[in-house]
Design a protein around this ligand. Structure first.
Ligand SMILES: Cc1ncc(COP(=O)(O)O)c(C=O)c1O
Length: 388
């Protein structure tokens, strides 16, 4: 029998998928489940974007677009950096991809060779490790500490750095931590990594979802050796449209375009038209109102979770996650997540998926449900933790 490749076998399964499947089975059996386990905004599609989709379907060709994306979309993304972040970006450096996932694959395929080393921040988004490993790189963790508020620091990076490291991958705003690095912290990491001859892959998939920190981009730090990953899934709420982008260093577009041609030919055409409309001022104004709603939901969880015995090593300033430590008397996170789901109908993600030192005691809660459902979730957790 043909065996799957060792690199494919080495990709660890997500615990959260077990929770999701169990939650769906309970729902199918008639239970009311509150979903705090998946990182997916649940806002309805804005009417302006539905209109843009209908218009494109009837007026634009739906064949392949150029591999790096529709020129109008690449220009719109570059102008967005100018207007919102004060960065003058050449649209030629923007490669449109199938989700931030496609951008991560391109960045790592373009910059890492078999046997190179890649450093990933943990707790972090598990695909960083997995995609880097699929390139044949040896992956190791920069373990973030709760005491340092889960922030990657230059000192930590220097102490952990191994010879032969080609790339350092981290996300800001972070998943699962919600930590948002300030421009000066990113600049210091950028300088320190470049000093050692490494590149950076900065995952800004949650850019724009920032509540009380600076909404920024690593592009403010420089452009040499820096790949910036972004997505229309989170701030723009377009998960199923599978669209993201990668900003590559000057000089890199030709090679990255060749990789894009070979890996996925082009990103979905209809989605690219919708994404171009998503960058218009009217849609951005609506997304800003949604950001305010998310901030209120976050504040609700921040107020209630400590009363339920959870501790938060740091206040998450961005994304839509709270990464909370379980009360000492609780079971380990995977077992706790299963019994909370079965007993109370609240689905959460166990921290083990994200790696890191205290993973077995951590839970990630996504505040993608509305405020009344979040309140109900908190009531259910209270009843569960305290003898329910
Ligand atoms: C940090 C981070 N990067 C990238 C992604 C990929 O998302 P998408 O491919 O939908 O853009 C996710 C999804 O949850 C994420 O959390």
């Amino acid at each position: 029998m043909l065996e799957p490749a060792a690199r494919a076998r080495a990709v660890a399964p997500f615990q959260v998928m077990r929770i999701l499947e169990r939650a769906q089975a309970l729902e199918a059996a008639g239970r009311d489940i509150i979903h705090l386990e998946v990182g997916e905004p649940r806002f309805p599609m804005p009417e302006l974007l539905l209109e843009a989709a209908r218009h494109a379907l009837t007026s634009a060709p739906m064949g392949y677009t150029p591999s790096p994306g529709l020129p109008a979309l690449r220009r719109a993304i570059a102008s967005h950096y100018g207007r919102r972040y004060g960065i003058a970006l050449d649209p030629a450096r923007v490669i449109v991809t199938p989700g931030g996932s496609g951008a991560l694959q391109l960045a790592l395929a373009a910059s890492v060779a078999v046997g190179d080393r890649v450093m990933v921040a943990e707790p972090g988004y598990p695909c960083h490790r997995h995609i880097a490993a699929l390139t044949g790189a040896e992956v190791y963790a920069l373990t973030l500490s709760a005491a340092a508020g889960w922030r990657p620091t230059v000192a930590g990076m220097r102490a952990t750095w191994q010879a032969g490291t080609r790339a350092f991958v981290f996300a800001s705003p972070g998943n699962p931590t919600g930590v948002v690095l300030e421009p000066a912290e990113i600049a210091a990491l950028y300088d320190a990594v470049r000093e050692r001859g490494g590149g950076l892959v900065v995952d800004e998939t949650y850019q724009g979802l920032v509540y009380d920190a600076t909404d920024t981009t690593a592009l403010a730090a420089g452009d040499d050796g820096l790949f910036v990953v972004n997505s229309f899934s989170k701030y723009f709420g377009l998960t199923g449209w599978r669209l993201g982008w990668l900003v590559v260093p000057p000089g890199w577009p030709p090679i990255v375009e060749r990789l894009a041609q070979n890996l996925f030919l082009a990103a979905p055409t209809l989605s690219q038209h919708v994404a171009t409309a998503a960058l218009s001022p009217d849609v951005l104004a609506l997304l800003e109102r949604r950001r305010d709603m998310l901030r209120r939901r976050r504040d609700l969880l921040l107020a209630v979770l400590p009363q339920l015995g959870f501790s938060l090593p740091t206040t998450p300033a961005g994304a839509f996650y709270v990464f909370a430590a379980l009360p000492p008397e609780a079971l380990d996170a995977p077992a706790f997540a299963v019994s909370l789901l079965d007993a109370a109908g609240v689905a959460v993600a166990p921290g083990v998926d994200f790696g890191g030192a205290q993973a077995a005691r951590m839970l990630r809660l996504a505040y993608t449900e509305d405020e009344s459902r979040l309140r109900e979730a908190c009531n259910r957790v209270a009843a569960f933790s305290y003898g329910g």
